[in-house]
Design a protein around this ligand. Structure first.
Ligand SMILES: Nc1ncnc2c1ncn2[C@@H]1O[C@H](COP(=O)(O)OP(=O)(O)OP(=O)(O)O)[C@@H](O)[C@H]1O
Ligand SMILES: [Mg+2]
Length: 458
């Protein structure tokens, strides 16, 4: 059995130029998306009424200024569909207006194949956007994984103790750790154990929201504060009043907004964009980053005064490779969950497969492990999960570990990382989106890293 089609993959392409529409379609269908084409607004509306789509590619020229009201109306009537706007020329104002109206992302023509696939893959893997277009993520990731933190390693025991110790405080918590180590889960656990547990937990990803929109996303805005502010809107800080505001990827926040966040932390008051008045709110801040915050401060990308305000109760999550047998425990929990979800009959992982999983480095940490187990369960069935069912790059890593090839010692970390990622790409027949998914990183990270490797190897 071979299952490689993404779960959410139904795309409506709304484009006035049929030739361009069929180029998009060809690219997308090669990557497993199912596409339908619509020329003009009326045809698009008819498609939307008769089928359910996961993403809509909308050419901005389609209806000129009316396009914004189209985005608003579609994002309200079809909230499960991520709207991706394709514009003829790069205007940041258009992009900002489109995102404010509810678009998920914005591409400028000519759109490269890679950019198109990456954007659509990310859109279709994202939780369905909310009807308002507000990019605040749901407080819990949509996953079959248990929402408690699994692992009996010393590292996890320390983390649990730290979470329990800091939960009752209202002081900011600062979570660091590599990608996929469980920072968001940890933030949620801090909230759930706190006296604020029955109040809202609002998560805001500072890296996913365009800079121009960030201030209004946090502090809200009044009607007419800027083009596109068609009504008053509450920001994340007001929504989190009484509860917890989780600022994810905090190091991605622009310096000018860092000053505003600092002022908010100093005064405890929020001032919506366009308002002359501020009001007091009671919020516990939890923030997270997979960067090293001290380095960001030293290199001038993060304000030192804000760092000291936020870095009050630090928690560092260790990478999975330093958590001993947690790999086996997590794998077994994920196996149970996905076996139920996919109606398979797995009841255990055989010893050799456990050794194989434990010998691997897990650069994408728990998210990568979760993806590998899910993929294995979808593609296979049996009583025991056996090594041959695991992706090649994981099995090969064990083979390499047990017989180190000459010249393998003395390699730099980026070279080892490159080999792991390239092995994953070949394991997925050259598909970067699939390799990225298995490694728990985004395809754009792979593209970026490849550019860096090319420079380093030159
Ligand atoms: N200890 C754990 N037990 C069970 N599941 C976990 C654990 N840690 C993380 N997970 C799961 O792994 C996935 C990744 O976790 P999470 O999103 O919290 O990581 P992250 O550090 O925020 O990642 P990123 O830096 O990429 O945003 C989630 O599906 C989460 O439920
Ligand atoms: Mg996260």
């Amino acid at each position: 059995m071979s299952v490689s089609v993404p779960r959410r993959n139904h795309v409506l392409i709304v484009e006035d130029k049929p030739s361009l529409a069929s180029v998009y379609r060809t690219h997308l269908e090669k990557d497993g998306f199912a596409c339908e084409l619509a020329v003009g607004e009326a045809a698009a509306t008819a498609h939307l009424e008769s089928s359910r789509f996961d993403a809509i590619i909308l050419s901005l020229e389609l209806s000129g200024p009316g396009c914004l009201s189209l985005i608003e109306s579609w994002s309200a009537s079809h909230p499960q569909a991520c709207i991706i706007v394709v514009a003829a020329n790069a205007s940041i104002n258009d992009a900002v207006d489109a995102v404010r109206a509810g678009a998920w992302d914005y591409l400028v023509k000519p759109v490269s194949r890679n950019r198109l696939i990456t954007t659509l893959t990310n859109a279709c893997q994202s939780p369905a956007p909310q009807a308002t277009g507000l990019p605040i993520r749901p407080s819990r990731p949509e996953t079959a994984a248990p929402d408690t933190m699994i692992g009996s390693s010393r590292a996890m025991a320390d983390t649990r103790r730290q979470i329990e110790a800091i939960a009752s405080s209202s002081a900011p918590a600062f979570i660091t750790g590599e990608s996929g180590t469980g920072k968001e889960l940890c933030a949620q656990a801090i909230h759930d154990l706190s006296p604020r547990a029955d109040q809202p937990f609002i998560a805001l990803n500072c890296g996913a929201i365009p800079h121009d929109l960030m201030e209004s996303e946090i502090f809200g805005h009044l009607k007419g504060a800027f083009t596109g502010a068609i009504s008053d809107r509450e920001g994340a800080a007001a929504a989190a009043d009484g509860g917890t505001l989780f600022l994810d990827e905090i190091c991605e926040m622009e310096l000018s907004l860092q000053i505003k966040l600092l002022r908010f932390l100093q005064t405890g008051t929020i001032q919506p964009v366009g308002s002359a008045h501020s009001r007091k709110v009671d919020i516990r801040i939890v923030c997270a980053t997979n960067r090293t915050p001290q380095t960001e401060v030293t290199e001038g990308r993060f304000r030192e005064d804000l760092y000291f305000r936020l870095h009050v109760l630090p928690i560092h999550l260790k990478p999975l490779r330093e958590r001993d047998r947690d790999v086996a425990e997590l794998a077994s929990c994920f196996l149970d969950a996905y076996t139920r979800e996919e109606t398979r009959s797995f009841s255990r992982i055989d010893n050799e497969a456990v050794d194989t999983l434990m010998a691997y480095d897990w650069p994408g940490n728990i998210r990568e492990l979760q993806n590998v187990i899910r993929q294995t369960v979808v593609l296979h069935d049996g009583e025991a999960l056996e090594p041959h069912m695991l992706p090649d790059h994981i099995v090969n890593a064990k083979a390499r570990a047990s017989s180190p090839a000459p010249g393998q010692t003395g390699r730099l970390l980026w070279q080892i990382e490159r080999d792991v990622i390239e092995a994953a790409i070949s394991g997925f027949a050259g598909s970067i989106p699939k390799a990225a998914d298995a490694l728990g990183i985004s395809p754009s990270t792979i593209y970026r890293k490849r550019e860096t490797w090319a420079e380093k190897s030159a």
